[in-house]
Design a protein around this ligand. Structure first.
Ligand code: ZN
Length: 57
């Protein structure tokens, strides 16, 4: 299993409009559709880091 399809907790809010009316969408893993703004988006893990890692600027 790659990092992009790793299991994750379901999101509670749309990251674009903040509404809670989001549902799984389509066949792709971690793809959701917002019933308020109608955006379809994918929740994707970019990687992992440590507590001491510097924030890239
Ligand atoms: Zn939305």
């Amino acid at each position: 299993m790659s990092e992009t399809t790793a299991r994750h907790a379901p999101p509670f809010f749309c990251p674009y409009c903040g509404e809670e009316d989001i549902r799984p969408f389509g066949e792709a893993a971690a793809q959701y559709r917002c019933g308020s703004c109608l955006r379809v988006w994918t929740l994707r893990l970019s990687g992992t880091t440590t507590h001491t890692a510097e924030v890239p600027s």
